[in-house]
Design a protein around this ligand. Structure first.
Ligand SMILES: [Zn+2]
Length: 255
């Protein structure tokens, strides 16, 4: 009986030891698994943060590139803003070419203007150039001799001096005492030009309802070259060039 009791105690001790080892083992393993899990989570977190930072840097670089493109486009020769507040630069350089009948325009605009006039004629109308490029001297002469100085740009402030503008009337109004009046808008060639000018990169520069901004009377004959893309945006949004340039970043979506 005593031996049996001893054996039984021994077995109990062994079992207790085994349980202790198992519990300790489980405890050690679970702690280790927990540590590994924590490290993995930390690494994943770091990788995600790194990826987010990289993505943000890429987006910022992309945005910078977009803004640089916008700024570059805004400075292109065909978007120059010349008005009472903005004189053309002193070093403005221009190469002109003859459109027709002794009328000259910036040579880079020549093709667009000739195409617009030709298509207008093909459609059955009679557009007639009456003023295109003007030298500083001509602008000075016009300014000095005009009855109403408010209607004529101060020398150095006229788009005609930049070679980017053309005054076009309907030949049917040539006999009028003054063809440069609002009624010009009802003439067939003018209607066609006002409807299609943007397809050739031109805008009607001084719209009827923008006189407060342009500080120039409504001129349904003065077309200004700005390039097709800009002309389409300006005309379809009913803007004048001043408004377009001021809000250029909103309208021009450089990709
Ligand atoms: Zn004009």
């Amino acid at each position: 009986m005593r031996i049996k009791k001893k054996n039984s105690d021994l077995i109990k001790i062994i079992i207790a030891l085994i349980i202790l080892v198992l519990v300790a083992g489980y405890f050690i393993l679970s702690k280790s698994a927990e540590r590994i899990h924590r490290e993995e989570a930390k690494r994943a977190e770091e990788a995600a943060a790194e990826e987010a930072a990289q993505q943000q840097a890429e987006e910022e670089a992309k945005e910078q590139e977009r803004l640089a493109k916008i700024a570059e486009e805004k400075n292109k020769w065909y978007l120059i803003l010349v008005n009472n507040q903005n004189a053309m630069p002193d070093d403005f350089d221009i190469e002109t070419a003859e459109v027709e009948d002794g009328y000259y325009i910036d040579s880079r605009v020549l093709e667009a203007l000739q195409e617009m006039l030709a298509d207008c004629r093909d459609a059955g109308y009679s557009p007639r150039l009456i003023s295109t490029f003007r030298t500083r001297e001509t602008q000075q002469y016009l300014y000095d001799h005009t009855a109403n100085k408010a209607d004529t740009a101060v020398p150095g402030h006229s788009e005609h001096e930049c070679g980017l503008a053309a005054d076009i009337i309907d030949a049917g109004s040539l006999g009028w005492a003054d063809p440069l009046i609002d009624d010009q808008e009802d003439m067939p060639a003018q209607k066609w030009l006002m409807e299609h000018c943007q397809d050739y990169g031109f805008i009607l520069r001084y719209p009827k309802d923008k006189e407060d901004i342009t500080e120039i009377i409504y001129e349904p004959w003065h077309y200004r070259y700005v390039g097709k893309e800009h002309a389409e945006t300006i005309m379809s949004n009913g803007l004048c060039l001043e408004e377009y340039i001021e809000n250029f970043e909103d309208y021009y979506q450089a990709q």
